[in-house]
Design a protein around this ligand. Structure first.
Ligand code: F6P
Length: 544
């Protein structure tokens, strides 16, 4: 059977079981909870409210075998160049295997290089926290501004927000990413130039947004300090491009390197995580790495049905490719995890938003859904109406911690009651009969009540996964992030795509480069379609 024939076969399995409801699967299998939940450290992942039964799982496992999942998983961990369009290995997992002795890439033992950079980070953090990194007036630096975008921003920004309870006293951290001048201007208003450390985080050190923001930060700094030599005290860099960091005026010992085998969206474990280590302490950063390393071990060894990232991928593959769902919601019931969906948007959509197979063949099945989400309970009062009664099904992950960092009265019980209620409601729905019974006790005529029935019915049978943690600490967070990273790899294997390139972001970048001079120089005639030309003319006329 070739790939398309396999998908065809899975479609017939989907067809066969399409009438089976999640609720009936739950009611008719006393072992379902045992079979469909996985415990890993202080995390329970409950897949029992997904539309999967034993036959479907068996077919999916068989499909994973046909896709050579185990072999391809091994290829990533062992540094094969699985990012074929960029001819690169994919080794973010090596960044957290700190005890591994040897891993060769181009005959170089990258484990030595990883340990060197970790040591450089640890020493810098120690000096920073002891107040030995001082600015141009010899005051210790204490405000960190990370300038980066995409993978050089979303990961560390999300982790710093998630680990706020672990922030060191007296240290502030800001993230600037948008080329909209408002972002850097508003951030600089909060900073004192005498005590601010800028981290220019860019793998390539050429990204337009980052370099524009870095130049503006540099100019702002010089306006206050008036001494170019002091740039070296206040600006450090995380990059693979040493020539360009040098040209910017950053001291060699203040460049934290990483490597082309770390993809941007997988880079928070590298020196891109420096803002995390500076804000929370190097020990907390190390905890984050160990949590991820533990999840790597689980992913490599657990049988497929008890393997959290694999099960997440099988659910997503089933919902998307076989059941046709185009969206996936991630709903953290945790204020500190509010940036988690935004981080996952890049991780999942930049990785798997592809429409050609690894060999360039076009794809006739659905790959990555649109991923989005917001914290509960707020989101219950905005878009949950559509989740419950909209015309399309939106599979969702619910994430909650039992222990709060801010135990306050009965808040946490109320939060937990809500998250449990939502997944129960999405599975069970509410039948017309139940609605009628409820309406019996209400005032109004029979006719009026009957008119309301259809509006109050919930179809139910909407698939969800519950990820319940004991508490979100650095270790648990590391495991959670790695869990989604491995889901992405697994899905890429099932979809037969390269999850590690991102050519789709290039065209817009090229065109923006062409449009920029046309906006700034009114003697140039814009060379685009009629709509774009007219808008360029309007923007020129309206610009100050
Ligand atoms: O937008 C594409 C992208 O290349 C992302 O993959 C990456 O995370 C981001 O830009 C930033 O790139 P860099 O770290 O090179 O500035």
């Amino acid at each position: 059977m070739n790939y398309s024939e396999h998908i065809q076969m899975l479609r017939s399995v989907a067809e066969k079981f399409s009438a089976q409801s999640i609720r009936s699967l739950m009611d008719n299998d006393a072992q379902r909870i045992e079979k469909m939940t996985v415990d890993f450290a202080d995390i329970r992942v409950d897949f029992s409210k997904q539309r999967l039964n034993d036959d479907i799982l068996l077919a999916l496992e068989h499909f994973a075998d046909e896709c050579r999942f185990i072999e391809k998983r091994q290829a990533m961990f062992e540094g094969e160049r699985i990012n074929s369009t960029e001819n690169r290995a994919v080794l973010h997992t090596a960044l957290r295997s700190v005890h591994r002795q040897e891993l060769l890439v181009d005959s170089v033992n990258i484990m030595d290089e990883i340990r060197d950079v970790l040591q450089q980070m640890e020493q810098f953090c120690a000096r920073f926290h002891q107040g030995h990194i001082c600015g141009y007036t010899n005051k210790p630096l204490k405000t960190i501004v990370n300038i980066g975008i995409g993978g050089s921003d979303l990961g560390p920004k999300m982790v710093c927000a998630a680990l706020k309870p672990y922030h060191k006293k007296g240290i502030e951290v800001h993230f600037v990413s948008n080329v909209d001048g408002t972002h850097i201007a508003e951030t600089l208003r909060l900073c004192n130039p005498e005590t601010t450390l800028f981290i220019i985080a860019s793998k390539t050190f050429t990204t337009e947004e980052t370099m524009t923001n870095a130049r503006s930060a540099r100019q702002w700094f010089l306006e206050h300090c008036n001494n170019e030599e002091m740039i070296a005290r206040h600006f450090i860099a995380v990059s693979t491009n040493i020539a360009l960091t040098d040209a910017f005026g950053i001291r060699k010992e203040h460049v934290f390197r990483f490597w082309d085998w770390v993809g941007g969206r997988f880079s928070l474990w590298s020196a891109i995580g420096l803002p995390i280590a500076l804000t929370c302490g190097f020990e907390i950063f190390s905890e984050l790495l160990s949590g991820a390393e533990a999840m790597d071990a689980h992913f490599r060894s657990a049988p497929l049905r008890k393997n959290i990232p694999v099960m997440m991928a099988l659910c997503a593959f089933w919902n998307t490719t076989l059941c046709g769902e185009k969206n996936h919601a991630v709903l953290p019931y945790d204020e500190y995890l509010r940036l988690f969906p935004a981080f996952l948007q890049q991780l999942e959509m930049e990785s798997n938003g592809k429409s050609v197979q690894i060999d360039g063949e076009s794809i006739d099945y659905q790959t990555s859904p649109s991923l989005w989400g917001q914290p509960g309970t707020d989101s219950q009062h905005s878009f949950f109406q559509l989740l419950h009664q909209g015309t399309h099904t939106i599979p969702a992950d619910f994430i909650v911690a039992v222990q709060s960092h801010n135990p306050l009265g009965d808040h946490q019980y109320r939060l937990l009651a809500n998250v449990l209620a939502q997944t129960e409601a999405l599975m069970n729905g509410k039948t017309a009969d139940t609605v009628r019974q409820e309406l019996m006790t209400m005032p109004g005529t029979m006719e009026e009540k009957e008119q309301l029935v259809a509006h109050k019915v919930f179809e139910g049978n909407r698939p969800t996964t519950m990820i319940m943690c004991k508490k979100i600490d650095a270790r648990t967070l590391g495991s959670l992030i790695a869990m989604y990273e491995h889901k992405v790899l697994t899905l890429g294997i099932l979809w037969n795509i390269n999850s590690f390139d991102q050519w789709g972001v290039e065209l817009g970048k090229q065109l923006a480069k062409k449009i920029l001079p046309e906006l700034m120089d009114t003697t140039l005639e814009p060379q685009h379609d009629a709509s774009t030309n007219a808008l360029i003319h309007l923007a020129r006329a309206w610009s100050e």
